[in-house]
Design a protein around this ligand. Structure first.
Ligand code: HEM
Length: 287
């Protein structure tokens, strides 16, 4: 066994504090939920709550893996790429625990689980995303990269974008009343995809701060419009009034604001990096 391949070493076989910190961080939500479960602190329906926790962390980890590409350009931090594989594999582990908990909730009746997956569209969508994540996790190794060749491997791993869409749809469909977090996730997903489109159009390694900032603003406004449209369609609520409420801060922090502020934080970090540590920026290698 080659110990230099352990997740806390970088590709050059040196100990990597960044990879070690991320590896430890990836365990925390799962261990925390397990501890709360063991201490009976997950409320009246602990298994359902644990399903939700693992589902939430799966989608968050998918998004964190997707933000690595724009963040490494904006922050001029190429080493960020070293942790992407680890985060993707963690997303797969979390979703497998999510599925296992759901199976436990169905008292391990695999027939019921299978028929529910076929009959309930949000579960069918979730299962398709899970299958995709498993394919990506299995083929994420150096061996599979060599076997498939760089081009085919990259093409295959682009299914992460489809998985992202499916994850957002699954999240939106399962939340019966509270659409707050799914709306935030949909807005952030739009920003992530828009950053990629801009980066592809400008060429590898180019993502000017002004473009990321404009996309933050556009994502916030589109989230407000989307939410107003949803309330109008689903409940007949007046579109303009809901839009006004979404754009103002009078009714608290609406999803549109959360999308804008969280994505704009990346711009601020990039600006801080470029202004105060310009000499630290290193040359980016292709993703
Ligand atoms: C990549 C795939 C998946 C992702 C990202 C995902 C994510 C999520 C998220 C974010 C939630 C909502 C948690 C909350 O409201 O706090 C959720 C709920 C749920 N998911 Fe998934 N999930 C995936 C796959 C699956 C699969 C394969 C199944 C089972 C076949 C499943 C079953 C459920 C169930 C039963 C709920 C709770 C619904 C309820 O409480 O009524 N998910 N999932």
């Amino acid at each position: 066994m080659n110990f230099r391949k352990m997740p806390w070493f970088d590709y050059g076989g040196r100990f990597s504090p960044l990879k070690t910190a991320v590896l430890i961080a990836l365990f925390i939500p799962g261990l925390w939920t397990a501890a709360m479960f063991a201490l009976d602190r997950l409320g009246a329906r602990p298994v359902t709550e644990a399903i939700h926790e693992f589902g939430d962390w799966t989608i968050r980890l998918i998004f964190i893996s997707l933000v690595i590409s724009p963040a490494r350009v904006v922050l001029q931090w190429p080493r960020l790429l070293d942790v992407r594989r680890m985060i993707g594999v963690a997303a797969c582990v979390y979703v497998l625990i999510h599925l296992s908990l759901y199976t436990a909730d169905e008292v391990f009746n695999l027939g019921t689980v299978a028929s529910e997956i076929v009959l309930r569209i949000y579960l069918t969508i979730g299962f398709t995303a899970l299958t995709g994540l498993c394919v990506l996790a299995v083929t994420s190794t150096d061996g599979w990269q060599r076997r498939l060749g760089a081009r085919r491997w990259q093409k295959l791993h682009r299914i992460i974008y489809v998985i992202g869409v499916l994850a957002v749809i699954h999240f939106c469909m399962q939340s019966k009343l509270d659409e707050w977090e799914p709306t935030v996730m949909a807005g952030i997903f739009f920003w992530l995809m828009a950053c990629r489109v801009v980066s592809w159009r400008l060429g590898r390694g180019k993502l000017p701060l002004w473009s990321v900032a404009s996309l933050s603003l556009a994502s916030g406004v589109l989230t407000a419009l989307g939410e107003a449209f949803y309330f109008w369609l689903a409940m007949g609520a007046p579109f303009v009034l809901v839009l006004q409420a979404n754009l103002s801060l009078d009714t608290g922090l609406r999803p549109s604001w959360v999308v804008f502020v969280s994505t704009f934080a990346v711009v601020l970090l990039g600006w801080t990096r470029a202004t105060f540590w310009p000499g630290q920026a290193r040359r980016l290698r292709p993703a």
